[in-house]
Design a protein. Structure first.
Length: 219
């Protein structure tokens, strides 16, 4: 059985400020995020990992490097372009409150009704496009793995939610049914048939984080 541990990157300055980062905005990790990544590593340390795959964006690469260091394990890190965050076009860099005023229908669909989301006006990426590229990346990763491998995947909140729910065969309209994922959280999936189907072990596990979570931690 191949096990995937899907990690959302550590919290960034723009996460704290309530700004959309998307595929091009890439603010630094907060100093406190390094503590949270260490807590994540302490939780995961009993597991032997075989490989880590990361989005190319700086916030995920920095999370990946820090996590590997804190785990104290020797495994390869591979950058996978297709694991990057949603391209949110004109919304990137804007505060959530600004977007809600300027593009109310678009942001409502993005957060609550994925099947109705049309990013044409903001020159962004659709859920279908994100799901296609991320699930293809997972398919490639799983097919390259050994049957009992434990694999870390470091990516982004919105893209991960869409990707994971698609892997679980969730209809697009229900992609948001389990909520979002939190910075430095882990969601665990298994497959015993090289990715033909997946089983959800745990969604958005944050029990190991010592801080009190806030609304800016989860998307």
């Amino acid at each position: 059985m191949t096990t995937l541990y899907l990690i959302r990157h550590g919290k960034t300055e723009w996460n704290l400020e309530g700004r959309y980062q998307g595929a091009h905005g890439d603010s630094p990790l907060l100093a406190s995020s390094y503590v949270e990544i260490e807590e994540l590593a302490h939780f995961l340390k009993p597991i032997h990992f075989d490989h880590l795959y990361t989005s190319p964006l700086k916030r995920t690469r920095e999370t990946s490097i820090t996590l590997k260091r804190d785990l104290g394990q020797d495994f390869p890190i591979t950058v996978v372009e297709a694991l990057h965050e949603f391209n949110l076009g004109l919304m990137e860099g804007m505060r959530f409150t600004e977007v809600e005023k300027q593009y109310p229908a678009i942001v409502k669909a993005f957060r609550e009704a994925p099947a109705d989301y049309d990013p044409t006006e903001i020159k962004g990426e659709t859920f279908e496009q994100v799901i296609a590229r991320t699930t293809q990346a997972i398919d490639t990763i799983v097919k390259a793995a050994q049957p009992d491998d434990h694999i870390l995947i470091v990516s982004h909140g919105a893209a991960m939610v869409a990707m994971i729910q698609s892997l679980l065969k969730t209809p697009l309209a229900q992609v948001r049914k389990d909520g979002g994922v939190t910075n430095s959280s882990v969601t665990t999936l298994t497959t015993d048939n090289q990715g033909a189907s997946f089983n959800l072990v745990k969604w958005n596990d944050t029990h190991f984080l010592s801080k009190q979570l806030s609304t800016t931690d989860t998307i």
